[in-house]
Design a protein around this ligand. Structure first.
Ligand SMILES: Nc1nc2c(c(=O)[nH]1)N[C@@H](CN(C=O)c1ccc(C(=O)N[C@@H](CCC(=O)O)C(=O)O)cc1)CN2
Length: 282
């Protein structure tokens, strides 16, 4: 059996960021205002600090301003909601990113819903979930949106195919399944209470692993020729898929690093410039 072709998220993300930088420059020249992304981080979780820094760096390279709000770990839901409402009302901010996770004492849903949908460039509000699910214009959740772009780039049409999404988080698994459903895939969600995960995954033409458990999905569970998307972020840059065994069975596979991760940030930047264009009336 031949090895799977690699879906190169780094290369596609680079192209998207280059195009986004051109759009940002054009918007700035026409309006005198550069697109601006507000990044909000509660606490100092090292991985979250790294991701926010990566987002700020890419913004800078793409001609997008970033404004960072660092809040102490003990910030209450009420204080966080207040900050997000202020950013939502600030005409100098076009997009808002609230880095996830935020700590167990925070009501995440209340915080996400404090972001006005016009600035929800990370696609985390109920309003974005609804437009995403119905295939209507709006902002998509960044990792799932990036996954769909990768599938398109590599000629994978989800219509009529069996897709198994492993994981049901609000920003990853659930929206990934809804985007696949909106493109006419037959979608099954698997999670911690799924009785026989291996059996479910073996049925899949498209597997999206988004559960956050290192190397949970192994090659023996992959149907020969399936498309495998690894959206797992685990310590040490390890995905949810055991790449070495899965690459022997899949037809297409995303690596970790270099697959879905860079696409997440590219989607965020692209949506920030789109949000700015709409708010600036261009
Ligand atoms: N509000 C959000 N929180 C989180 C999201 C999100 O989309 N919105 N996703 C993840 C983490 N994440 C972005 O926040 C993220 C993770 C990984 C990468 C990435 O590009 N990884 C690289 C490797 C990085 C390295 O070398 O250290 C890769 O996969 O190639 C980007 C974004 C949870 N929280």
């Amino acid at each position: 059996m031949s090895q799977a072709r690699i879906m190169d998220g780094t290369a596609l993300a680079r192209r998207i960021v280059e195009e986004t930088a051109e759009k940002a420059a054009d918007l700035t020249a026409r309006t005198g205002t550069a697109p601006c992304l507000a990044t909000v981080l509660v606490g100092e979780d090292p991985a979250s600090v790294t991701y926010v820094r990566m987002k700020q760096n890419r913004c800078r390279k793409a001609g997008i301003e970033s404004r960072h709000v660092a809040l102490p770990a003990g910030t209450t839901t009420g204080e966080l909601v207040g900050t997000l409402r202020e950013l939502s009302a600030d005409p100098g901010v076009h997009g808002i990113l609230l880095q996830h996770p935020m700590g167990p004492h925070i009501d995440e849903r209340a915080a996400f819903e404090a972001i006005t949908p016009e600035k929800d460039v990370d696609g985390v509000t109920f309003a974005s979930f609804a437009t995403m699910s119905f295939g209507l214009p709006g902002f998509v959740s960044c990792t799932p949106g990036g996954i769909m772009r990768l599938l398109d780039e590599y000629g994978v049409d989800p219509a009529g195919r069996r897709a198994v999404v492993v994981g049901r988080s609000a920003i990853l698994g659930k929206p990934a399944g809804m985007l696949l459903l909106a493109r006419d895939a037959t979608v099954t969600y698997c999670h911690s209470r799924t009785a026989d995960l291996s059996a479910a995954v073996r049925e899949a033409d498209i597997v999206v692993a988004a559960v956050g458990r290192a190397r949970l999905i192994r090659g023996q569970d992959i149907k020969p020729g399936a498309v495998v998307v690894d959206a797992g972020y685990n310590a040490g840059n390890v995905g949810d898929v055991d790449f070495d065994s899965a690459v022997e069975r899949a037809s297409l596979i995303t690596p970790v690093p270099g697959g879905v991760g860079p696409m997440t940030i590219a989607t965020l930047l692209e949506q920030t410039v789109d949000a700015a264009a709409r708010q600036l009336g261009v």
